[in-house]
Every structure is written in C-alpha cells, then in structure tokens.
Design a protein around this ligand. Structure first.
Ligand SMILES: [Zn+2]
Length: 209
C-alpha cells in the first residue's frame, strides 16, 4: 500500500486544518484520556492498537525514511524504520498518530523522511508550505502526547534534570530539551541543566529525536 517516493504528502494536506499549539495539546490530551493512558512513559502503541492501526517494523529502501502511515478506507497501516532506536520509534509512531488524528480523515498517506520529521521549519510560519505545517503539527502532537505538560512540569519541579526527564518519559534528550524550552522552563535561572539543555538545543537546530 505504501509506495516510497521522494516527493510525497501533498495530496493529503490539501484540507489542512488551522490548529494552534493549544488545539494540538488539547487533542493529544483527549486521546490520552480516551484510552486511559495516565502513567509515564506513555506508550503510543497502546493507542495504535485501540484504534486498530497495524504497526510494523520496516526496512525502507531509503534509510532516511523514519516512518509512514497510509489509510485506505478503514484500514490503516503504520510503518517505522526497523533500524531506529526504541525511543526514536516511539516518537515516530506518535508523529504518525498525529497525522492519523489531525490529517488522515480520508484515504491518503504520509511518508516521513527523517529530515522532515525531526526538524522544525524555520522562518515565519505564515510562509510555511502545507507539508511543513502538517509536519509541524504532527511533531507538536507527538511531543504533547509523549510529554504531557502537567507531568513534565511536575517532574521538572522535582529534579530539573533534562537527562532524568528524558529517561523517565522515554524520549531523546533532544526532544525533551525542545519540550522544556517550548514550555518556557529553560531559562538561565534554572541552573546548569537548563543551560546545558539550551546550548544543546541550539546546537542541533531544533531536532525532535
Ligand atoms: Zn509526518
């Protein structure tokens, strides 16, 4: 069903919804609540199972592909790159679930190369292409799903350790760094860990995973 292409994701983004970060946080929260996911780390596979999405490891011809999701009628297939580390697969699955809940209301597919999946587009959001917007929304959904704001805030108040939070939430330090930054928790007053996270975050041009 999923054919690999270099250029993709165009036809499924024509009806791209306008969503604020708050909208996406709310969608992720309602998905977690609907499926009773209360404890950290959040397992995105549980959600996939509950909505009857088949998740498979795949060997892609292009190693740069991290994951894909395709819908045909009620049948939805999600693929993740078998070579990726577990925490990375988790983010990819959560990202593809973002496409499922936010974008894939009819037949279509998203094929995510790593470069698109794990980086945020630069510049003025008004100038982003529909594909960039869709990818940003899916990344935002993944972050909100795996790193719930209230749980991150609580854990940060307790330890203020980027490394510990990444371990606890089972995400990359990079992803957690961006999340903390996004939540405004990484300021110079937070001490060494915050500073480390900021410089780390800036040095990798905002990759999620
Ligand atoms: Zn995507």
């Amino acid at each position: 069903m999923i054919k690999e292409r270099v250029v993709s994701n165009s036809e499924t983004t024509l009806n791209l919804p306008v969503l604020t970060r708050e909208d996406i946080e709310a969608r992720a929260r309602s998905v977690r609540e609907k499926f009773g996911l209360k404890s950290i780390p959040i397992n995105p596979l549980t959600i996939a199972e509950r909505v009857d999405i088949a998740v498979n490891n795949a060997k892609f011809f292009r190693e740069s592909v991290a994951g894909a999701i395709a819908r045909s009628g009620n049948k939805v297939v999600l693929l993740v790159n078998q070579s990726d580390a577990p925490y990375r697969k988790r983010f990819t699955i959560a990202h593809e679930l973002g496409h499922y809940f936010l974008h894939l209301h009819g037949d279509g597919e998203f094929i995510d190369k790593e470069v698109n999946l794990f980086r945020q587009p630069k510049g003025d959001p008004n100038g982003w292409t529909p594909v960039q917007r869709a990818e940003y929304q899916a990344n935002m959904f993944a972050a909100a799903l795996l790193m719930p704001e209230d749980a991150v805030q609580k854990a940060w108040d307790e330890t203020a350790s980027l490394e510990r939070l990444a371990r606890e939430f089972n995400v990359s330090e990079q992803a957690m760094g961006i999340r903390l930054d996004q939540m405004g928790l990484l300021d110079e007053e937070k001490g060494r860990e915050g500073k480390v996270a900021i410089s780390f975050h800036k040095s990798v041009t905002a990759g999620w995973a």
